[in-house]
Write a protein that binds this ligand. Structure first.
Ligand SMILES: NC(=O)c1ccc[n+]([C@@H]2O[C@H](COP(=O)([O-])OP(=O)(O)OC[C@H]3O[C@@H](n4cnc5c(N)ncnc54)[C@H](OP(=O)(O)O)[C@@H]3O)[C@@H](O)[C@H]2O)c1
Length: 369
């Protein structure tokens, strides 16, 4: 478990709000705290920008650069770190990194951190290595807690809807974990509006609060806005349920930057990760990226900053989960939390180009299955 040493003595944490200037869009950050939002109907408060550890904190990433990003995030006011059992690569590695990081760099600070993890995707062979069964969810969180070196997580998610397990069993397992104190709150991730409605009804019947819905959302992936046959969407349910929306992959895994305009850089996700289909870099998407970049620059922002600020324009979004690989990338994105609100004219201009880009890797999981 995490120690009790006083964090402010840590020598590596002395660079608060000092930063390099990698691009014209990265200036000194305001000295005011990172803005926060509260998930409706709960006491959960999020920084508007949270750090996700999906791809850049496993064995493929040098420990010191991953540590520098995590430290910089904390220094800048990001107190929410989002994980899943299978983040790495390999699966488990990002949670192990986080356990080491918090023990070494933030000892005694557990109570200030909002830590989430998930289970649902394949973690190990056999019928209990993925899905939404009671056995998988409960045993997976036990393993996550060991890797994270903590007694509890703040949020535990069902990472995906499992059509082969009764939803009552999945929600019942989440309830057990709350009752055991191993998860303080629970959420669902990438559930369609129909499955979300069903989950909400079951949860109400067993006195379980679904605090958050974690879903992909970006300028080129707006599925959570789309109503189903009953007129409900993941976003509309956020108002009525209510719950907080935690939006992930706001840059569409890096597509919503200028890095792919002249090919695929060798250090990019498109070059190095199977999650980024090079087909995402289509002529139509490049055209959108050029147009959106012009809109961003008219506002004195980079496209990456506009992409994050655009997700935050909707107050039902409690936090935007970013996945920077470097400190410079993180520093650039942090400014989006302080950007002036996009006005109606901006939004109208953006809407012309903010169209589905065929980049939703989770689309089949987010269908009604
Ligand atoms: N619930 C789920 O099923 C689910 C699924 C996916 C993600 N998530 C969560 O969401 C988090 C974020 O997802 P994501 O990593 O896909 O988010 P993202 O922020 O859309 O993409 C991250 C990638 O964007 C690029 N990037 C970031 N900042 C940049 C900048 N300022 N300039 C240029 N490029 C920049 C980097 O690409 P390069 O490496 O190419 O430089 C980085 O690896 C995850 O860590 C995880 O916590 C959840």
């Amino acid at each position: 478990m995490w120690g009790d040493n006083w964090f402010s003595c840590h020598p590596t944490l002395s660079y608060r709000r000092t930063m390099k200037t990698p691009s014209s869009h990265v200036k000194a950050l305001p000295t005011t705290p990172l803005p926060m939002r509260q998930a409706p109907g709960t006491g959960l408060r999020f920084p508007t920008i949270s750090l996700g550890l999906w791809q850049n904190f496993g064995d493929r990433s040098p420990e010191e650069s991953a540590r520098a990003v995590a430290l910089r995030a904390w220094e800048a006011g990001i107190f929410h770190f989002d994980l899943a059992n299978n983040y790495g690569p390999p699966g488990g590695a990002a949670e192990e990194f986080t356990g080491r990081f918090f023990t070494r760099d933030l000892p005694g600070r557990r109570n200030e951190l909002l830590l989430s993890t998930k289970a649902g995707y394949r973690m190990h062979p056999g019928p209990y290595g993925e899905g939404g069964s009671r056995k998988y969810l409960i045993s997976s969180l036990e393993s996550s807690l060991r890797r994270l070196r903590t007694d509890y997580v703040d949020i535990f998610y069902s990472h995906r809807f499992d059509p082969t397990t009764p939803l009552e069993e999945t929600l019942g397992a989440l309830k057990t974990l709350v009752d055991q104190g191993k998860a303080l709150s629970v959420g669902i991730s990438s559930y369609s509006a129909l499955r979300t409605r069903e989950a909400l009804d079951i949860a109400e019947a067993i006195d379980l609060k679904i605090a958050v819905h974690q879903s992909s959302y970006s300028l080129v992936n707006r599925w959570i806005e789309e109503p189903n046959n009953s007129g409900e969407s993941v976003l509309s349910l956020a108002s009525t349920a209510p719950y907080g929306v935690v939006a992930f992959s706001p840059l569409a895994q890096g597509l919503l930057t200028t890095k792919y305009l002249d090919g695929i850089p060798s250090d990019s996700r498109a070059a190095n990760s199977p999650s980024f289909n090079p087909g995402y870099i289509s002529a139509e998407n490049l055209e959108r990226i050029r147009a959106l970049t012009s809109i961003a620059e008219r506002r004195g922002m980079s496209l990456a900053q506009l992409a994050v600020a655009w997700c935050l324009r909707d107050k039902r979004v409690s936090s935007v989960l970013i996945g920077p690989r470097t400190v410079d990338q993180l520093d650039e994105l942090l400014h989006a939390a302080y950007a002036p609100e996009l006005d109606a004219n901006d939004l109208q201009d953006i809407d012309v180009y903010a169209r589905d880009g065929g980049v939703n890797l989770w689309a089949s999981r987010s269908s009604d299955l």
